[in-house]
Structure formats: structure tokens, C-alpha cells
Design a binder for this molecule. Structure first.
Ligand code: ADP
Ligand code: ASP
Ligand code: MG
Length: 400
């Protein structure tokens, strides 16, 4: 068998954890398997790099940020190879350049375009454990890129797809995918299995246990994932195409504080206004999430929407730039202390009343809803950020 194993930062945070991971990989290797291991930077090292950079330059060039980021993963794979060597097992560490993992040039948020496998195959053929840096890539001009925070999961899935691996195991600091983030919701339960679509929504709506692009890629290439703990032998959660949820209405609750609301008040009420607004934003690569249009005063209309917190300044600047020409309006309001709370579940498609139950839970907890957005398998509400955990628990307790 060819097994791809990925270990996150907490799993390789110190010497003891590194040896723990080394032993778990060696166990598979000694059974005769080919083992490819993707590692993240140790502990919170990536955050340390961010603060170092911001200390030097509050607005660091994105290319240089990626150049800096890559050292974190490189440290992990080199130390791991040394640990394995000391345990008498041959291992080789490879970075994105050596593999080569080709990506677009979108620094900080690059997409994998192609993955060479020859070097990895050769190393496996010579019976080495192959250790690969997560999160990083190389663009067509040989610049280092990164895949976005949490992107090592995506590296692992891409490798599993490219190598036609028999298993892709994502090891982390919890025992699998839970019905809510177990850090904030005490009653959260571990799921035995979840579908790609539900996991993709949960990950995109704030459940940071998997990078959302990794789920997208797993679905596209049919890579079955197992999410499990590096510190216990518990079974974990399988992420796959179809799952018998045994009448479960929803599979999870997620929250995301990385959001902000923009309200454009007093727009002209005529065709093309929404198009112009969102077209300007799209041209700046700004993703818009929940959108609400309402009737304003004196024949005008108001449009509110949410964007990621990091995009807020650029979004407002973009609108302001067009306020005297194509986007005539009275004012632009911004609200930063908001959070999204979402429920996700395929059971919603056939069970009316799921959304109403969520709203009831929020009403009982005295939490006001600012915006609502729904799809076939999810409901998202925007609330005051200070009530995020209270809302998560209230909604979770209503369904589980
Ligand atoms: P790693 O460094 O291993 O990639 P992450 O911190 O990226 O680990 O992801 C694991 C964390 O995801 C957990 O510690 C947990 O707090 C958080 N998390 C958020 N939502 C969920 C969920 N639904 N199920 C499990 N963990 C979740
Ligand atoms: N080290 C990177 C991060 O902290 C990538 C990852 O952990 O997946 O975001
Ligand atoms: Mg992660």
C-alpha cells in the first residue's frame, strides 16, 4: 500500500511529539508500505513568522512573506528525517522545489496546478520514507508560494491524488471531525463519517479542522480521507462521497469571526447597480458572502453584504473610489464585530423546519440575527461576535 500521512503543527510541536510521529510512520513502513509524510511547521511557528514579519514591516510584500513561511515546514521535515535516521530508518526530506509542486503565483493563496511525482517515486523505490513540506509550492518563475493558512491538508490530498495513494490520513490534535469545534462546544460529538459536500461547507464556514481546498480536491479526485488524532489510537472520521447519516438532520455547527459587514446605503434603484457593485469587488479578487438587498428611502435601495475581515479595507476603498461615478450612494457603513454561525447537513433537504429550529435556539438564547443566508444543505446567520460561543452552544444543543 502507498499511504500519505499528514501531521499538523501541534503533532510535531517538540522533540517528544516528533519522535511520536516518527514511530507511527515507521510502524506503517515496517509493514512493507510506501509511506509519504506531509508535515506542517512546528507548533505555532507560522504565527511567530507572521509577527516577526509584521514587526519589520506592517505590510510585508506577499512574495517575501511566502519566502519566509517556507522555512517553517522545511524545519519540520528535516528534523523528522533526522529523528527517523536515529531510529534506524532511511528517510529523505523534500521541499516544494525538490518535489516539484507547481502552483499559480497568487502569493499567500496559491492553487496547486500540477505535482511532479518522479522524485518521490524514486525515493520510495529505494525504500525511504519520504517527508514532504506542506503548505508550500513553486510558481512558474520559481518563486516560492503558499496555499493559504492551514494549506498542508491540501498538499497531502494533492499528493495522495497524484500518487494514487491507497490511504490519506490527516492527523491532528482532536480525534476527528466533531459536530462543532470541541474547543468551544463541550457537548460536541465525534462523527464516524461525513460527506465531502458537508465537510466542504463546514470547512468553508469556519471549521478549521480541514483546509477547505483539501476537501474540494478530495471530492474532485475521489480521495477518501481519514481525520484522526496523532496522540491516540481512536478511529477518527472518514470523509467520503456518501454517508448513511441515520436520520441526522444536521452534521455540524461552525462559526467564523473572520468576517465583516458592509452596508451600501441609498443606491439608485435601477438595473445594473448590484452588478456594478459586485463587479468592482470581483475585479479586486474580493469574495462576497451573505448578500441582502432592501428597499431604501425615496426610491433608493440598500445592499449589505459580508466579506472576509482581511478584505474589508480594500472593499471599502474600492466602493469609495466609484462613489462619484458608477456607484452613487448616500453612505457606506461598516460593522466589524460580527460573526457567522452556520449549520450544515444533507438532512435539511428533506426536512422542513430545520432553519426554524436554529432561529428558535437563537431566540431562546436572546441573540439577535443580523443577516441570514441559506443553501440546500446549510443555514448561516450573522450575529454580534461577542455571542459566538453562546450561539454555537445554543444551536448545537438544539440539534444534538
Ligand atoms: P493542525 O495543526 O493539525 O492542522 P488545526 O488547528 O488546523 O490542526 O485543526 C484542528 C483544530 O480544528 C482542532 O483543535 C479544533 O479546535 C478545530 N476545529 C474546528 N472545528 C472543528 C470540528 N468541527 N471538529 C474538529 N475540530 C474542529
Ligand atoms: N503551517 C501553516 C499554517 O500554520 C500550514 C498548515 O499548518 O497547514 O497555516
Ligand atoms: Mg490545520
Amino acid at each position: 500500500m502507498l499511504i500519505v500521512k499528514k501531521f499538523g503543527g501541534t503533532s510535531v510541536a517538540d522533540k517528544e511529539r516528533i519522535f511520536n510521529v516518527a514511530r507511527r510512520c515507521i510502524e506503517d513502513y515496517k509493514k512493507g508500505n510506501d509511506v509519504v509524510v506531509v508535515l506542517s511547521a512546528m507548533g505555532k511557528f507560522t504565527d511567530v513568522l507572521v509577527s516577526q514579519a509584521k514587526d519589520i514591516n506592517p505590510n510585508p510584500p506577499k512574495r517575501e512573506m511566502d519566502m519566509l513561511y517556507t522555512i517553517g515546514e522545511q524545519q519540520s521535515v528535516a528534523l523528522m528525517a533526522m529523528a527517523m535516521d536515529s531510529l534506524g530508518v532511511p528517510a529523505v526530506s523534500l521541499n516544494a522545489f525538490q518535489v516539484k509542486m507547481h502552483t499559480t503565483s497568487a502569493y499567500g493563496n496559491a492553487r496547486l496546478t500540477k505535482m511532479d511525482t518522479e522524485r518521490i517515486r524514486n525515493e520510495l523505490d529505494s525504500r525511504k520514507i519520504v517527508l514532504v513540506t506542506g503548505f508550500q509550492g513553486v510558481d512558474k518563475s520559481d518563486n516560492y508560494t503558499t496555499l493559504g493558512r492551514g494549506g498542508s491538508d491540501t498538499t497531502a490530498v494533492a499528493l495522495a491524488a497524484a500518487l494514487h495513494a491507497d490511504a490519506c490520513e490527516i492527523y491532528t490534535d482532536v480525534e476527528g471531525v466533531y459536530t462543532a469545534d470541541p474547543r468551544y462546544v463541550k457537548n460536541a460529538k465525534k462523527l464516524d463519517a461525513i460527506t465531502y459536500d458537508e465537510m466542504l461547507d463546514l470547512a468553508s464556514l469556519g471549521a478549521g479542522v480541514l483546509h477547505n481546498r483539501s476537501v474540494e480536491m478530495a471530492k474532485r479526485y475521489g480521495v477518501q480521507l481519514v481525520v484522526r488524532s496523532s496522540l491516540s489510537l481512536a478511529e477518527g472520521t472518514v470523509v467520503k462521497e456518501a454517508v448513511d447519516m441515520e436520520g441526522m438532520l444536521i452534521s455540524g455547527v461552525a462559526s467564523d469571526k473572520n468576517t465583516a459587514r458592509i452596508a451600501v446605503i441609498g443606491l439608485e434603484d435601477q438595473p445594473g447597480v448590484a452588478f456594478k457593485l459586485f463587479d468592482h469587488l470581483a475585479r479586486h479578487n474580493i469574495n462576497v458572502d451573505i448578500i441582502l438587498q432592501s428597499v431604501g428611502r425615496d426610491g433608493t435601495k440598500d445592499i449589505s453584504f459580508t466579506v472576509a475581515r482581511d478584505d474589508l479595507e480594500e472593499a471599502v476603498a474600492t466602493i469609495e473610489r466609484h462613489r462619484n461615478t458608477s456607484l452613487k450612494c448616500d453612505k457606506v457603513d461598516v460593522e466589524e464585530n460580527v460573526a457567522k454561525v452556520s449549520i450544515v447537513g444533507a438532512g435539511m433537504m428533506t426536512n422542513p423546519g430545520v432553519a426554524a429550529n436554529m432561529f428558535a435556539a437563537l431566540y431562546d438564547a436572546g441573540i439577535n440575527i443580523k443577516m441570514i443566508s441559506t443553501s440546500e444543505i446549510r443555514v448561516t446567520v450573522l450575529i454580534d461576535a461577542q455571542y459566538t460561543e453562546k450561539a454555537m452552544n445554543a444551536v448545537h444543543d438544539k440539534f444534538f
